[in-house]
Design a protein. Structure first.
Length: 169
């Protein structure tokens, strides 16, 4: 009987992680719904996540002092123009309390051409989402529900990552 229970447990875990292409991807046990999530653009205009229902949304949290963020951002920039993900909205959200100028310089130094920086100046969004570090990407489905997170750096140009993300596009 113990062996049967162990087998069922192992099988369930294998199925749950079978199609996840990176150890950094954490699939939520339950979909998470948040009310009134917002961040700001470079003109200090408030952007509400609810405006993007019907689209697949990737919220990427970063800071200019974060070396892994610097390594990850160019691949995120290329993901924005990947033809397999034509319905994705990508928001790189600075949570390092960095100025707009520093953020623009960060993007310029990395030759980021397809994305613009967004901001969470009082870290309200990061707190609401219980972020533990950067880089972290929060994945939100077309119904506005968080279904997964990418914790730590990932190569968004990796074909297995792109294929996995395209299932939610």
């Amino acid at each position: 009987m113990r062996i049967l229970i162990l087998y069922i447990f192992l099988l369930a875990n294998a199925v749950a992680t079978e199609n996840v292409p990176s150890k950094n991807i954490v699939i939520n046990d339950e979909l998470k719904v948040y009310d009134n999530l917002y961040f700001f653009d470079q003109e200090n205009k408030r952007i509400n996540l609810d405006e993007f229902k019907g689209k697949f949304v990737l919220l990427n949290f970063w800071a200019v002092w974060c070396a892994p963020c610097k390594e990850e951002m160019p691949s995120l920039d290329k993901l924005k123009v990947n033809k397999k993900l034509n319905n994705i909205e990508i928001f790189p959200i600075n949570v390092g309390n960095d100025s707009i100028e520093k953020s623009k310089e960060f993007f310029k130094d990395l030759n980021i051409k397809n994305l613009e920086a967004y901001f969470d100046p009082k870290i309200n969004l990061a707190r609401e989402l219980s972020l533990r570090g950067v880089p972290t990407s929060v994945l939100v489905n077309k119904n506005g529900e968080e279904f997964a997170r990418i914790i730590g750096i990932v190569d968004f140009e990796n074909p297995s990552i792109v294929d996995w993300l395209s299932k939610y596009n």
